[in-house]
Design a protein around this ligand. Sequence first.
Ligand SMILES: [Zn+2]
Length: 284
Amino acid sequence: MVKNNFLLVQIPFILLFYILIWIQPAYAQQTKKKHHPATGKPDTLTAPTFRFHTVIIDAGHGGKDPGAHGSYAKEKNVALAIAKKLRDALKDQIPSLHIVMTRSTDNFVELHRRDEIAAENKGDLFISIHCNSSPQKVSPDHGVLLLVYGYHRKEEQLEAIRENSSVYLEKDYQKKYSGYGANDALNTIILSAFQQKFRKQCIHFADLVNREFKNSDGRNSLGVREQGVLVLQQSAMPAVLVETGYINNPKDEAYLTSPDGQEEIVQSITRAVKKYKKELETQP
Ligand SMILES: [Zn+2]
């Protein structure tokens, strides 16, 4: 009994000890060398010739995972249509860019596989395309929302919980996502430390996209939010999830499925990518 109590008291200290050991080398390395803001690589390797080269476009959901739906549209189809148009617009307007799609057909791609594709192709930016929805049959909310992975409170995670629900369609999801769903505070701390170095870039790119939606297209915006979105959490590069509109709001659904609406969304994201690329490549 005494021994058990002793162990219980010790466990938090042991966990803290391992967290510190895990985090410390990353911080030590960061303070030794100046790192490029976008890549996190030492400046000596990247600057001044850093080229913003590869964009990963991730169409949300797909196959057996339809995502949210409106009165007639399915999120997986809207996301794929916009993602393909975004690929074409970026190729057309920034020919030097290498574009990689995590899916280009109606197939189911596991969330961790999307991040693997991004890492294998050495992406400089990860853009995930989705549609928002509200719990009501017809959403009173409308407009865009930009999600980045970051500090978040559990009660402010509505969109993340909905977007993460894809993992329940995957086998062994608890193994693959470090105990996702287990309310594991330890995982949250470790993964936040890993993601910290990209946090500023994620928020900055999300701001650029948000400004285009609001100022160029006159869209209503719910802003930029930090949430625990799994597909962003495991990404090893700046990553933003674009909720392009509420699929179960009739006006947004019509906009999201119309060629003109999709074109506006695509052109706004493209302008933001151009600005972001220019900024990175002209930084001292
Ligand atoms: Zn989604």
